[in-house]
Design a protein around this ligand. Structure first.
Ligand SMILES: [Cu+2]
Length: 161
């Protein structure tokens, strides 16, 4: 009988642990996120790059507001300039081109990721090495300006967006 009581306790601990892990997951995501007004910026990261190459930066932009916003510009000390590239599906052809601003529709999340929209870090002053991180200033039309920490890593797990 005592064994069953222990087994029951074990499973209730397991249940509590599972709930705790599930609850702490979004907290962990928030650990590398930034909130300003209605915009949430999550997990800014960049792929490693040689000085001679352009760096590519990615992040997730969520607009919880009722009105659309725009990412107007990005600047970084590590690069001479940062251009915004937008990926648009046009007649089954994915077109990625530089834009003046990245639209963030109301209530939507815009994910910048490899092969899609991204930040192009042009004229790197030093190579971007795995494990490093550097500040990037993001300017939004309505939400204002925020400095985010961009992590250099080989490949970010998609699930953390
Ligand atoms: Cu992160």
């Amino acid at each position: 009988m005592k064994f069953w009581v222990h087994l029951q306790r074990f499973f209730s601990y397991l249940a509590v642990l599972t709930v705790f892990l599930l609850m702490s997951w979004p907290v962990w995501v928030d650990a590398h996120g930034y909130k300003l007004s209605d915009i949430t910026v999550t997990h800014p990261w960049a792929t490693p790059a040689h000085r001679s190459a352009d760096g590519k930066g990615y992040l997730s932009l969520r607009n919880k507001g009722q009105k659309p916003d725009q990412l107007l510009s990005a600047t970084a000390e590590v690069a001479a300039r940062v251009e915004l590239y937008s990926a648009i599906q046009d007649d089954n052809v994915l077109k990625i081109r530089p834009v003046d601003a990245l639209e963030i529709p109301a209530g939507k999340t815009v994910r910048l990721k490899p092969g899609k929209s991204h930040l192009m870090l042009i004229g790197l002053k030093k190579p971007l090495e795995d494990g490093q991180h550097f500040p990037v200033v993001l300017q939004f039309q309505h939400a204002g300006t925020v400095t985010v920490d961009m992590f250099v890593q080989l490949n970010a797990d998609e699930s953390i967006y």
